[in-house]
Every structure is written in structure tokens, then in C-alpha cells.
Design a protein around this ligand. Structure first.
Ligand code: BTN
Length: 261
């Protein structure tokens, strides 16, 4: 593990962030957790790596992490409960969607898939892994973000795309700078005004709202209608014979094309 040189195009981040730039690491989320445990990370610490050798995805999956893409983990200590903390994943997804939409030619190409996936042209371009950590009695969150800039994995649960394939050449440093700046604005909005504005911005780009959806949970698959995003960020699913069920974590698939939303 070596520190990336400032001359390698290190981003210019707002003062809130304390950037730790690494060349290679197992997982930026794991590095953030180690630093939290050691007392060397706090609110605003941002771990950024050029590659990960053991990148982690949601629900125990692997996250392919070759050079050329963006891998970051941000430590946050918002001083709120676990239920509200989950809303920060939506802040990150909205900020990332806006960063990508501003860079991509054309309109309406960037959409959001519950809970925190960003899609471009209907394919997954990024993933967000939000983990709660309790360090010395004071709760912290690690918000991990991975974006396919130059490379994308094959054989995944959901079709993938890279920013390069979508028609944009951008360095990880440049995207980090755009994302971090946008995220901070949404983080401040969330702290000042709560989840409502974040939720509205997320819903503006949501795929599948009102449509049939399949939600895969551990050991169970639910089929119903994606009725709403509730005030906590849970997916409200209307089941044909069992009424409404709130789902806090799962993988979502749409039997119909997203364009129909
Ligand atoms: C998902 O499964 O969609 C979430 C993927 C999250 C990947 C990012 S890459 C940076 C951070 N470090 C990790 O090990 N995972 C997250």
C-alpha cells in the first residue's frame, strides 16, 4: 500500500474531507473500518484507492476492482440512529447520478434503482455499500462507492456499463471531485431539512415505480408492485395477496423495460 503522489492528479476537495489516497488496498471500506478502530479516521475521512484486491459488494458479493475505476469510502459520523443513517445511501446515489448526468451527453440516461444503484442506459454503472460501525460507543458509518469508469465486470446479477462505454472519458480523480462536492451539498441538505428533499430527488430518477417488481431477499423472492419509497428509504411493495410489505434490503429486478416508468 503506497500513497498516491499529489502530482498524479489528486482531486481538490471541499474542506470537510480528509483525503487518504492509496495505490492499492484490499477494500476501502475495510481500510476505513481499520482506521476507525485505530482512532485515525473521523467524520469526513475519505479513503480513495486506485485498485482494490478484495472489493466487497452488497449482500456478501465481490466487487470487481481493477485500475481505472473509482473506489472510495467516506467515514461519516452524523450522530443519528441506524434507520436515518440508511438515508445517506440515497444522498450518495443522488449526488452520483447528478455528477454522471452532468458529464453524459443526452437527457434522461441516468436513473436510480432501489436502493442505491445508479444506472446509465438501463445498466448498472455504480454500487454503494453503506456499513454501520460502532467505534468506542460512538456510531460511525462507512459509505463505500464504486463506479465503473474504464472497466466493467461481466457475468453479474444485473447488466453493467462503464462510463467509457457510455461515451465519456474521465479520470477517477475528476469523478471523485465532482461526486464529493455534490455529496457534501446533499449531506448538508439532509442534515438541515431531513430526508424529504433527498427522497424527492431520488424519486425523480427512480426506475420501476408503480411497476411489477421482483425483490430477492435472503432465502425468499417477493413478486409485487413497487408502490413507493417510504420515509425511511424502505421499498414499499404491494403483494397480490398479502398487502403492503416494507423491504429494507434486497435485490430488485424488473420484468418490464425501465423505459416504461
Ligand atoms: C454493490 O454491491 O452494488 C455495492 C458495491 C460497493 C463497492 C464499493 S467500491 C469502494 C468500497 N469498497 C468496497 O469494498 N466496496 C465499496
Amino acid at each position: 500500500m503506497t500513497l498516491a503522489a499529489k502530482s498524479s492528479g489528486a482531486p481538490d476537495l471541499p474542506g470537510f474531507f480528509r483525503l487518504v489516497a492509496l495505490d492499492s488496498i484490499d477494500s476501502t471500506n475495510d481500510e476505513a473500518r481499520r482506521r476507525l478502530a485505530a482512532g485515525t479516521a473521523g467524520d469526513g475521512t475519505l479513503i480513495w484507492a486506485a485498485e482494490q484486491t478484495a472489493g466487497r459488494g452488497r449482500r456478501g458479493r465481490r466487487w470487481s476492482s481493477p485500475r481505472g475505476n473509482l473506489y472510495l469510502s467516506l467515514v461519516l459520523q452524523p450522530g443519528c440512529g441506524a434507520a436515518q443513517a440508511a438515508q445517506l445511501g440515497f444522498c450518495a446515489a443522488v449526488a452520483l447520478a447528478e455528477s454522471l448526468a452532468a458529464a453524459l451527453p443526452g437527457e434522461g440516461r441516468v436513473r436510480l434503482k432501489w436502493p442505491n444503484d445508479v444506472l446509465v442506459d438501463g445498466a448498472k454503472i455504480s454500487g454503494i455499500l453503506l456499513e454501520a460501525v460502532s467505534s468506542g460507543g460512538c456510531g460511525a458509518l462507512v459509505l463505500g462507492v464504486g463506479v465503473n469508469i474504464d472497466r466493467r465486470p461481466d457475468g453479474t446479477l444485473y447488466p453493467t456499463i462503464s462510463l467509457r462505454e457510455a461515451g465519456v472519458a474521465m479520470t477517477p480523480a475528476a469523478l471523485l471531485q465532482r461526486f464529493a462536492t455534490g455529496f457534501l451539498a446533499w449531506y448538508e441538505t439532509w442534515r438541515d431539512r431531513g430526508f424529504a428533499p433527498v427522497r424527492a430527488a431520488w424519486l425523480d430518477r427512480a426506475v420501476g415505480l408503480g411497476l411489477p417488481v421482483e425483490v430477492r431477499l435472503d432465502g425468499e423472492t417477493l413478486r409485487g408492485r413497487f408502490a413507493a419509497l417510504d420515509e425511511s428509504g424502505a421499498l414499499a411493495l404491494d403483494l397480490p395477496e398479502a398487502g403492503r410489505r416494507l423491504v429494507a434490503a434486497g435485490d430488485v429486478f424488473f420484468p418490464q423495460p425501465h423505459a416504461a416508468t
